[in-house]
Design a protein around this ligand. Structure first.
Ligand code: GDP
Ligand code: MG
Length: 444
């Protein structure tokens, strides 16, 4: 999967990365080609549109970091938008419930449900050390229950003994009881499919769901069917409700459209990929790794990330230098607050320090949270440049204007100014001390 798309995209960006500078026309030409490549990969039209729009709006407004080329910036932006389109974060199977946790596996006939059920069972028992029971609810195909039992013996996972003549719902109920009595952590319910969606199938899935109250309902869909897989996911989600998707046959020569459109169209995460018939051929779905596989430009992406980091380091250094010289105006304060926000706010900083959990709670109780940082930055951004550089000129009428501009009370503006003054004074005295004179030095 993704080979064709990957090849096309890299051709487009190869041309860009070689350039010294980049015009809006260059971006537009590249985006036209990106659009064509995505459509050829069978990505849904709406998804292609919003993808291209996002890249364009970010590329046009972007500050190009010095030390990387504009073309490299565009690659990084495309990479970021790809990751967002794929769902940003990996979403593994969720077992966060009282055992036995039921996982229902649904989908069309031949999609790979039974195979996937066994693959998941193997992984949960081997990697996560869970005690797993599998049950086949497929009473349609004569050999279906036996197929799961064979796989179970092969991977060393128990299957629910078959009792002839039971309905899927009866089997589901029996599986739950067996799991409860015998202390299983997870029950995997492999269901029957049809060649296409019909009301009887949906009805059966809804009944099984009502009887077994699964914590996860995973739709297994064949990636080779492209947009059909996406439409299928939408219908199943609308009718039965799903919690995630497993895309199978990504080892085949599918064009990748299903993987790229799935999240955006259905709002549900792809959780796993089936990449072969073997029991180990199951992969986690990591948006950033998939983006790298599609774009194949991990080197450029990390280059731009490093450059962005060093810019932050430069900014911090500049503020430190100004502080040392005893200069610290409201622009510096705003810059500092922005840095605090970027690393995840006060909560983020506290969370990184061991033993800080308690203080974090106290901060929260004192209401000293990230909303305050946001508000303070809003106040500063409502000032003119002259005011930020020289807060002494802020008299009553200017404060009133700033307060209404940033939607706060004058008293909040005063609080901020007082805080800034204290910080600036402290820095001045520290800076003075460093130069050897200290507070006394200034008096002399
Ligand atoms: P079900 O009808 O949905 O239960 O589908 P099965 O699990 O019985 O699978 C149907 C066929 O697809 C079997 O031959 C599987 O070995 C094969 N299969 C399942 N998943 C994959 C996959 O990820 N890649 C490939 N190449 N074959 C798969
Ligand atoms: Mg099956």
């Amino acid at each position: 999967m993704f080979e064709g798309l990957s090849e096309k995209l890299s051709g487009i960006f190869d041309a860009l990365t070689r350039r010294g500078s980049l015009s809006e026309e260059d971006v537009n030409v590249a985006l036209r080609e990106v659009r064509r490549a995505l459509l050829e990969a069978d990505v849904a039209l709406d998804v292609v549109r919003s993808f291209v729009d996002k890249v364009r709006s970010r590329a046009v407004g972007a500050n190009v970091i010095k030390s990387v080329t504009p073309g490299q910036m565009v690659v990084k932006i495309v990479n970021d938008v790809l990751i967002e389109t794929l769902g940003a974060e990996a979403e593994p199977i969720n077992l966060d419930a009282a055992p036995p946790v039921a996982i229902m596996v649904i989908g069309l006939q031949g999609a790979g449900k039974t195979t996937t059920t066994a693959k998941i069972a193997k992984r949960l028992s081997e990697r996560m050390k869970r005690k797993v029971l599998m049950a086949s609810l497929d009473v349609k195909r004569p050999a279906a229950q036996e197929q799961l039992a064979v796989l179970g013996r092969q991977i060393g996972v128990e299957t629910l003994p078959v009792i002839a003549g039971q309905t899927p719902v009866q089997i589901a109920v029996r599986a739950e009881q067996a799991a409860r009595l015998q202390g299983f952590d997870v029950v995997l319910l492999d269901t029957a499919g049809r060649t296409h969606i019909d009301e009887a199938l949906m009805q059966e899935m809804a009944e099984i769901k009502a009887a077994s109250k699964p914590h996860e309902i995973l739709l297994v869909a064949d990636s080779l069917t492209g947009q059909d897989a996406v439409n299928l996911a939408k219908s199943f989600d609308g009718r039965v409700g799903i919690t995630g998707i497993v895309l199978t046959r990504v080892d085949g020569d599918g064009r990748g459209g299903a993987a790229l459109s799935m999240r955006a169209v259905t709002g549900k995460p792809i959780k796993l990929l089936g990449a072969g018939e073997k029991m180990d051929a199951l992969e986690d779905f990591h948006p950033s790794r998939i983006a790298n596989r599609i774009l194949g430009m991990g080197d450029i992406v990390s280059l731009v990330e490093k450059a962005a980091e060093s810019i932050d380091a430069e900014k911090a250094q500049r503020i430190a230098d100004r502080m040392r010289k005893g200069k610290f105006d409201l622009e510096d304060l705003s810059e500092q607050l922005a840095q605090v926000e970027k690393i995840g706010g006060l909560g983020g900083i506290m969370g990184m320090l061991p033993g800080m959990a308690k203080i974090k709670d106290q901060l929260a109780a004192a209401n000293l949270d990230d909303r305050i940082i946001k508000r303070q930055r809003a106040i500063i951004s409502s000032m003119t440049r002259q005011e930020r550089r020289n807060p002494d000129i802020l008299k009553a009428s200017r404060k009133k204007r700033i307060a209404s501009g940033s939607g706060v009370k004058v008293e909040d503006v005063n609080k901020l100014l007082k805080q800034h003054r204290q910080m600036a004074d402290m820095m001045k005295s520290l800076g003075g001390a460093k130069r050897g004179g200290g507070a006394l030095g200034k008096m002399a």
